[in-house]
Design a protein. Structure first.
Length: 317
């Protein structure tokens, strides 16, 4: 009974995290007058400030536990997994639309598993053949839809949006794998404190690209526009980066790893729902086919990964 209760709670936390993370795909449309660089900078400045505020009571203790090597790892995660990723994702949304971008990011569980297949004790790559076929088919559907029908609320360059979405997928795949490996190695730092340290580093690195945003995008905006950007950025920082990550970490403590990977689908699902509501339309046939193929690819991938582990320890978390 306790195990079922923990599983149900974990799934609810995963759904909540997906619902909050899905908002990051809608934000570029809500701030369409600003560049992706503006949105990235404002979001992560707020994220850094909130992380610092939450870590202040334990700052002295945590700081003593972080070595120079770990700070280098934190800097890499902040730069690639946050700043580079969200700049690419925001550009993809503005150029290719929410639907295309969220579907591409929906392949995250598959790409993580493919990278992880090189690790020791990983399942052979040949067992992922079905998942790869489904994945490629989904990519073809997304590409066909994107190149044939530009999103109505985006710019006139959907091909660039698709490239940026793929770049964002690569960046977050690297982040997810590297961050997971860091958390396995760390003993003296909790996952929550590690996330806050990444947030602080992200905020610090973000200040370095403010001059680039000023030089590349010198256009002026009204006070109301800046207030809207600040509101959206602050909301993303709290809801997605702080609360969403907290729910995801809680879920990760309650569910086995194979089920954790499947929960990433909820981010794609909610991003698609938000996108269709924003664009006031139903999904096209190709979009529905792409999402179905994404889901089947992820489920197939997870089942292939699950086979060697489930018979060994079915009840462990």
């Amino acid at each position: 009974m306790i195990r079922h209760s923990q599983t149900a709670t974990g799934i609810l936390c995963g759904i909540g995290a997906g619902a909050l993370w899905g908002l990051v795909f809608l934000a570029p449309e809500l701030t369409h007058g600003f560049s992706p660089l503006h949105l990235t900078i404002s979001r992560y400045l707020f994220y850094g400030l909130l992380s610092a505020a939450l870590l202040i009571p334990r700052w002295g203790i945590v700081l003593q536990r972080v070595t120079k090597r770990e700070w280098m790892g934190i800097a890499g995660l902040a730069l690639v997994g946050n700043i580079l990723y969200y700049t690419l994702l925001s550009t993809a949304v503005q150029m290719g639309g929410i639907t295309m971008t969220s579907l591409v990011i929906g392949f995250l569980p598959v790409t993580i598993t493919l990278v992880g297949s090189r690790d020791q004790d990983a399942i052979p790559l040949r067992k992922l053949s079905l998942s790869l076929i489904l994945c490629i088919s989904g990519v073809l559907c997304i590409g066909w839809q994107t190149l044939a029908t530009p999103a109505s609320s985006s710019s006139s360059n959907p091909a660039t949006g698709l490239v940026c979405a793929i770049g964002a997928l690569i960046a977050w795949t690297w982040y997810a794998v590297d961050n997971s490996r860091w958390l396995v190695r760390l003993q003296q730092i909790t996952a929550h404190d590690w996330n806050l340290l990444v947030g602080i580093m992200t905020g610090a690195l973000t200040t370095l690209i403010i001059p680039a945003a000023i030089l590349l995008h010198p256009e002026s905006h009204s006070i109301n526009d800046w207030l809207r950007l600040s509101g959206v950025a602050a909301g993303l920082a709290f809801l997605a980066s702080i609360l969403g990550n907290a729910l995801w970490n809680k879920m990760s403590q309650l569910l086995p790893l194979t089920l954790v990977g499947q929960m990433i689908l909820f981010e794609t699902l909610f991003a698609l729902i938000y996108g269709f509501i924003w664009e006031k339309r139903w999904p096209t046939l190709l979009e529905a086919m792409a999402f179905t193929l994404v889901s089947l690819s992820v489920i197939s991938c997870l089942k292939a990964h699950q086979k060697p582990t489930v018979p060994v320890t079915h009840s462990s978390n």
